[in-house]
Write a protein that binds this ligand. Structure first.
Ligand code: HAM
Length: 517
């Protein structure tokens, strides 16, 4: 290492000067399948949604572009006859002013947002690995059939779906679980059980926008396939608690409400409600708190539940303690015994203070069959932070062999809102260790060499690519939080040396290029 040479500052006049310093499914489907669908229209429909559909409800009907798109030139339909394989509309050849905002409900990720997103995802991923899960991913575009379930879920009406140019009905994934089920079936016996997979992926739902609810969001999922016991759910909740702790969230900020769909099954079984109506009843019950109770009762009646069954069901759903539930249902059923096991495991994991029993939790997806849970903020300002449960029969609905399965989805939007609320957002400034600058335009090649030497040794380098005054270089060094400024000047370069300035202390020295670390 070369000795520090403070006199360098004076040798370089430049240096010394500044050294101080798509749309909802059912309706689109209808319209476009009934009248020889035209994806170019649908394409345009999505891209112009801000102008045409900004105030529509998720259930509004798709209508073709209105005549005011005067600069859109209709092109003749191409491709197979009767197909929808025409190219997107061509636009006029003259400049048109575009809307610089991303489509409603979607986000750009400029660098500072991207740093926050990466920080969050890194935490998701590190926790998943801590728990021995393997990362997977699936296409954002899936077959629409994956999401068509009969129970009348909200998610179905929120699908961004369309027909592709090969006449296939496809959808942007609104969740990851059906893709996981598809891949598990595809892999068959080649993957030994239990499967423990995690994924972080973008999901699309044509949602009504509220705080923390968007039309695209990223979801962290962890799923276990092949474990029939509540040890699976207990492990999953433990991983979420671990994640919360890592990012500074405590049991005073958030909790988990836990129940089991088997509670409802036992009540409905008592009234001999047929099995196919079970998922429908769950979807209706999940709307409690979102629509008036009278509506809930009306919907429950519409699936043939008697008044007596409805009243009993609602009474059970108001139970908030396991002891009370046991008094109501008796201790012999699976619901109570599994929940008791789960709460006992929570004690061993050390997260009892985070969880509470709440019979009203059923979750809004049709496929859950057992334990269900959701993470909530204790101040009650935000929507569910995460949600999951057991879905032992999803695979057979896709024609595969069933395996016991459980998992959760954890969105990126609500947690960021919560961190903001609690003043826990991390500071994530841009940090590039070194800034390298040629002091003479003829030395740009030499500076490139220096940058390459450092990068070869794993150092991050911001190479100044133009001949800039030193004032500019110092400003840039401050912006990127560089630790060292490396100046390539002709006198030093002739001796195979460069000047190094440690920006935090002002220390300066010359060093042989080969010895730069
Ligand atoms: P989910 O309850 O529909 O479950 O969503 C899980 C989480 O994703 C929510 O708790 C929320 O954090 C986030 N989320 C959902 N929709 C939005 C949205 N429009 N904007 C922002 N965040 C949103 C599922 O999706 C299941 N597939 C989870 C699962 C995995 N179950 C078993 N394995």
């Amino acid at each position: 290492m070369a000795a520090a040479t403070p006199s360098l500052l004076i040798l370089h006049p430049r240096l010394s000067l500044f050294a101080a310093t798509l749309r909802p499914i059912s309706l689109i489907h209808h319209q476009f399948s009934l009248q020889s669908p035209n994806p170019s229209r649908l394409c345009a429909l999505f891209s112009h949604s801000k102008h045409h559909y900004s105030s529509i409800s998720p259930l509004a009907t798709a209508t073709p572009l209105s005549a005011d798109n005067s600069n859109v030139i209709e092109t003749p339909r191409a491709g197979r006859s009767g197909s929808v394989s025409s190219p997107p509309h061509q636009v006029a050849d003259y400049a048109q002013k575009i809307d610089v905002n991303p489509p409603k409900g979607t986000r750009d990720f400029p660098p500072e947002e991207m740093r926050l997103r990466n920080w969050l995802f890194d935490n998701f991923k590190e926790v998943s690995r801590l728990f021995g899960f393997e990362e997977v991913d699936y296409p954002v575009l899936e077959s629409e059939a994956l999401y068509i379930r009969k129970a009348g879920e909200e998610i179905r009406d929120q699908l961004y779906c369309f027909e592709d140019r090969g006449n296939r009905r496809v959808a942007l994934r609104p969740e990851l679980t059906p893709s996981l089920a598809r891949l598990v079936i595809q892999k068959g016996k080649s993957v030994p059980l239990p499967i423990k997979w995690f994924a972080v992926g973008q999901c699309w739902r044509y949602e009504r926008m509220t705080r923390g609810r968007r039309r695209e969001h990223y979801q962290w999922n962890m799923d276990i396939i092949g474990v029939p016991h509540v040890t699976g759910e207990a492990e999953l909740i433990s991983s979420i608690v671990t994640f919360f702790k890592r990012i500074g969230i405590t049991e005073k900020d958030v909790g988990f409400k836990i129940s089991s769909r088997k509670v409802l099954q036992e009540v409905l079984g008592f009234y001999s409600v047929p099995e196919p109506l079970f998922a429908k009843a769950c979807i209706i019950i999940d709307k409690m708190g979102k629509i008036p109770m009278e509506e809930i009762k009306k919907e429950l009646k519409s699936i043939e539940l008697s008044n007596e069954a409805i009243e009993d069901l609602l009474q059970v759903l108001s139970i908030k303690s396991l002891t009370e539930l046991e008094e109501k249902l008796g201790g012999a059923g699976e619901a109570v015994s599994e929940l008791k096991q789960l709460f006992s495991l929570a004690e061993n994991f050390g997260y009892s203070d985070w969880i509470q029993f709440d019979a009203s939790v059923v979750r809004g997806l049709a496929y859950y069959t057992g334990v269900v849970f959701e993470g909530f903020d204790r101040e009650g300002k935000l929507r569910a932070i995460c949600g999951g449960g057991r879905y032992d029969r999803l695979l057979s609905t896709f024609g595969g062999d069933d395996h016991p399965a459980c998992g959760f989805g954890f969105g990126d939007a609500v947690i960021i809102e919560l961190l903001k609320e609690r003043g826990l957002l991390p500071e994530l400034p841009l940090e590039v260790e070194n800034i390298v600058c040629a002091l003479d335009p003829n030395l740009q090649g030499a500076a490139a060499r220096v940058a390459s030497v450092l990068r070869g040794k794993g150092q991050c380098v911001d190479l100044v690519l133009e001949n800039k005054p030193l004032k500019w270089v110092f400003k840039r060094a401050a912006r990127i939080n560089a630790r060292r400024l490396i100046l390539v000047g002709s006198a030093e370069w002739e001796r195979g040396m460069v000047s190094v300035k440690i920006l935090g202390t002002g220390e300066q020295y010359e060093v042989d290029v080969g010895e730069l670390e």
